[in-house]
Ligand binder design. Structure first.
Ligand SMILES: Cc1cc2nc3c(=O)[nH]c(=O)nc-3n(C[C@H](O)[C@H](O)[C@H](O)COP(=O)(O)OP(=O)(O)OC[C@H]3O[C@@H](n4cnc5c(N)ncnc54)[C@H](O)[C@@H]3O)c2cc1C
Ligand SMILES: Cc1ncc(C[n+]2csc(CCOP(=O)(O)OP(=O)(O)O)c2C)c(N)n1
Ligand SMILES: [Mg+2]
Length: 577
């Protein structure tokens, strides 16, 4: 007979914080309101830093940035009704990119649930399709077990967001609390559950026999922590590695086998190589449509091996020859002993020759014609920070230029919204990244449009005195929309020119230093000033207005049907300077 654990009688609110502390939470992003006031009232008794946000969407993106930068679960908190609905975009963003966050919302008392009570919304109903799981908790005694299970679900298997909605009366009632006794059933997937010895040897055989293999490196490598295993696989067989947007940093960009990004705005040689490959080894990536282009002609000569933790992803978009379902790191550890060493590969030489044709010219050799291009800015920022900063991007052209010109050698140094493509993500997500990794240099790269969506969080940066540098790539347009209008809507720039405030004055109004840059020669001095200034710094880069991201695969076209940059003084992709 096991002894009854020692328990303490606490309020539901105290149980909430005690459980968070027990789960190792040190930082929470949130905004108070009536239905969550008991939890806020109990907060001061617990060793948790609460960052007051300016909008609950910001809280969710901060929790998300915190999780992506650190690998820990991010936590956000809001009141019922509008507080909870403001979290929807952040939950969907985390869901699409499989990011582990736990969002706690206050709810009206259980006695009035369903009566259209003041600030009552059915947030579990609303967020059902955009959470990995969600709960409505109406009793104090359920809070600890539910919250503990929420953390387990958020971070185990394929990670994702979990929402816990707690009624006000559950927060106010008391219950016995014992952290250990509230532990969920452990989640221990068997390493061979989703694949057999036969499928492992089938994969090994395909890899041994391939003449033109490629590794497709995805976000799952970062989530699994399988960097060494992927690198060993690549180096042992001289297999070139292409990355998805969310896989950037999972394999060092400076490695000789690293090719760069694949897909809609990927490097031309990468997409060409995929179309020529005879084997694709997909590691923790989900064949997004931005990656494949039209499926009918995707990698027509290639056999496909898919190593993926979520069985629902297998054969969802791309039919594969061998599926290995499981944690990437564990699967590769089983597979690697069957992979021999190969000294050199004519296929790598062939791709390097393609690279030579495509990498039109070195960015450093570009004549400075008085125009400032986003490519210059990002390239110079990469140089100045030695590629070591955590870069948090918003969504649009600047996001793609960042992916092309900032070379990430380390995992978790690029934080970006891929699947949902959420404008307004960067500024709050950078706050989360900085809170998670205070010792790291953090840069926001945002467009003039997206920055305005969550610019109120400048005030959070000021209040929390966070040392975050902000680069606004200001082209006077919703640039990615303008680019599509230029290419596919006969230059009908309907509602894509956008007026912005003077961003430096806006920063100043928050007590944040800043500078405006209009010339290439001013880029490095401004970056230097930002890095040397203690505290936040904003740089407003006034860049060429009608520049476009190249190459581009039009939606629904094949990977090889890229639109290439017309012959002009700009480069298309840059060799490292
Ligand atoms: C404007 C814009 C343009 C874009 N253009 C491009 C582009 O040109 N190229 C591009 O690549 N992307 C592009 N994207 C991003 C794109 O939409 C997708 O978000 C991205 O391709 C997804 O990358 P992923 O599959 O690696 O990551 P995710 O979508 O996060 O998928 C990761 C996969 O790994 C699996 N996984 C998680 N953990 C593990 C584990 N432990 N073991 C094994 N598997 C695991 C998950 O189940 C999931 O299937 C663009 C986005 C925007 C907003
Ligand atoms: C919340 C949201 N609304 C709309 C869009 C559609 N969208 C994608 S990119 C883009 C333009 C972004 O403009 P800006 O922030 O200035 O960045 P740029 O493309 O100019 O670098 C828009 C409107 C989106 N991704 N997210
Ligand atoms: Mg813009």
């Amino acid at each position: 007979m096991s002894a009854t654990p020692q328990t303490t009688r606490l309020t539901g609110s105290e149980i909430t914080w005690a459980t968070l502390v027990g789960e190792g939470v040190t930082d929470v992003f949130g905004y108070p309101g009536g239905a969550i006031l008991p939890i806020y009232d109990a907060m001061r008794k617990f060793p948790v830093r609460h960052i007051l946000v300016r909008h609950e969407q910001g809280a969710t993106h901060m929790a998300d940035g915190y999780a992506r930068a650190s690998g820990k679960v991010g936590v956000a908190m809001a009141t019922s009704g509008p507080g909870a609905t403001n979290m929807v975009t952040g939950l969907a963003t985390a869901m699409m990119d499989s990011v582990p966050i736990v969002c706690i919302t206050g709810q009206v008392s259980s006695k009035v649930l369903g009566t259209d009570a003041f600030q009552e919304v059915d947030i579990t109903g609303i967020t059902l399709p955009i959470t990995k799981h969600n709960y409505l908790v109406t009793r104090a005694e359920d809070i600890a077990p539910v919250l503990r299970e929420a953390f387990l679900i958020a971070k185990s298997g394929r990670p994702g967001p979990v929402l816990v909605d707690i009624t006000k009366d559950a927060q106010q009632a008391t219950a016995e609390f014992h952290f250990e006794a509230a532990a969920p059933r452990p989640y221990r997937p068997h390493p061979m559950r989703g694949h057999s010895a036969d499928s492992i040897s089938d994969a090994a055989r395909l890899i041994r026999e391939a003449k033109r293999p490629m590794i497709l490196a995805g976000h799952g490598i970062i989530q699994s922590g399988a960097f060494e295993q992927v690198r060993t696989l690549a180096e042992r067989m001289q297999i070139p590695v292409a990355s998805t947007l969310l896989g950037l940093g999972a394999f060092p960009a400076s490695h000789e086998l690293s090719l760069g990004m694949m897909g809609m705005h990927g490097e031309a040689w990468v997409n060409t190589a995929i179309q020529k490959a005879d084997l694709l080894i997909a590691c923790g990536m989900r064949f997004d449509d931005r990656v494949t282009g039209t499926l009918a002609t995707y990698a027509p000569h290639a056999k496909k091996i898919h190593i993926e933790i979520d069985p629902a992803e297998i054969n969802k978009n791309v039919k594969v020859d061998v599926a290995l379902v499981g944690d990437l790191k564990q699967v590769l550890e089983i597979l690697l002993p069957q992979i021999p060493t190969r000294a050199s590969s004519p296929w790598v030489r062939e791709i390097n020759e393609m690279k030579g044709e495509c990498a039109v010219r070195d960015i450093k050799n570009l004549p400075d014609n008085g125009h400032l291009y986003a490519a210059h800015v990002i390239h110079d920022l990469w140089n100045a920070t030695e590629g070591k900063a955590i870069v948090v991007t918003d969504v649009g052209q600047h996001q793609m230029w960042e992916a092309q010109y900032y070379k990430h050698n380390e995992p978790r140094t690029l934080v970006t919204s891929g699947g949902l493509g959420t404008m307004g993500f960067a500024l709050p997500a950078a706050i989360g990244a900085k809170v998670a990794c205070p010792e790291k240099e953090v840069w926001v790269i945002a467009g003039d449009g997206g920055f305005q969506m969550t610019a109120a969080e400048l005030s959070t940066i000021a209040q929390e005195q966070l040392d975050i540098n902000i680069a606004i790539i200001n082209n006077g347009y919703l640039g990615m929309v303008r680019q599509w209008q230029e290419f596919f809507y006969e230059k009908n720039y309907a509602s894509s020119p956008i007026l912005s405030p003077d961003f430096v004055k806006l920063a100043d109004a928050h007590g944040i230093a800043g500078a405006t840059v209009t010339k290439r020669a001013e880029v490095l001095p401004a970056v230097k000033a930002a890095r040397e200034t203690k505290g936040p710094f904003l740089i407003n880069f006034l860049v060429e207005k009608e520049d476009s991201v190249y190459p581009m695969i039009p939606q629904g076209k094949a990977l090889h049907e890229m639109i290439r940059r017309p012959d002009n003084p700009l480069i298309e992709t840059a060799e490292d300077a």
